[in-house]
Design a protein around this ligand. Sequence first.
Ligand SMILES: [Zn+2]
Length: 372
Amino acid sequence: MEEKTVNIKEFNRNRIYKLLRQKQHLSKQDIVQHLQISLPTVTQNLNYLLKQKLIANTGTIGNTGGRNAQLFSYISDAKVAIGLDITRNHITTVVVDLNGEIININRRRQKFEASDPYFRLLGDVIQESIKDLNIDESKILGVGIGVPGLITEDHQTVFYGKILNFTGETLERFAQYIPYPAILVNDANAAGFSEIWATPDTKNAFYISLSNNIGGAVYIRDKVFAGENQKSGEIGHITIIPDGLPCYCGQKGCLEAYCSASLLSDAAEGSLAQFFEQVKQGDPEKLKLWEKYLRHLSIAINNIRMLFDCDIILGGYVGAYMEEHIDTLKKLVAARNTFEDHADFLRICNYKTEAIAAGAALPFIDQFINQI
Ligand SMILES: [Zn+2]
């Protein structure tokens, strides 16, 4: 019985906090009206949130009765989480606030190596970001480390890490110089989570990360569907062309071999921006390459649609350039579809950059908001 009372108390506190988070500024009366809970309950919970420094009393507004109502405001940077995106040649660090907004980005060129100096550097770059923002360490909820590898369910170990040749590497080593709670996260899962989190209306979706490597993640009712062995959604290794081009995984004809972003950037002196500029200018060679890319991608997208019948979000380096080409891609996809004559289920990512790093940090934010 007592446990139930506590749960209702926490439930109300959580509702009040989330309402303030959504509306930013509210008076007590606003909260009473919105949530239909008693004034003493609202007062008690606001006092608790004030004490925790999660909200602030931000002055008064006049009301029609001539008396002034006190306003309570949500503090978006009361807590923050840090996300890392580890790639072959870069370390990107972001700090996200309770809104999921990136409030600091730090990107540095650094070749990955599973060595003590490298892991020490991870600790250093995190400290740099904290110093940049001048934030109190007590505000830091945790650090998510996004890596291009498959991670065990407990977030502790890389069990397939061919891209960086780091299979078997552990969180213990990655986080040995990080004095905060930390987790390892698969890069595509992280990026997908950032998209699902940013769009509360989307419950079911498939996220494709079109970067130098191709990743994917399945979301069912807002939760990643990891599969029996944490290998679900590995869209980069579905067969697009039987016995086609070799893939780094050892197989032939994988999507990875046809739709890696580096196929495009390699054709434009290593610059994806330049590639898309040349496509825009009508460079025939680049146009041909791009059309071929979209054709192969449309096969994968149609397969995903047939399997899951849900929204498909295009992210990663190429996803960020997709705005101008989405209609062309939709036509190619619709032409393959058995049941639909459109492809309105295709969406472009919200986070144009740093989806992986932000998404690696967001589980800490999500957990915090839900447990208040
Ligand atoms: Zn492959």
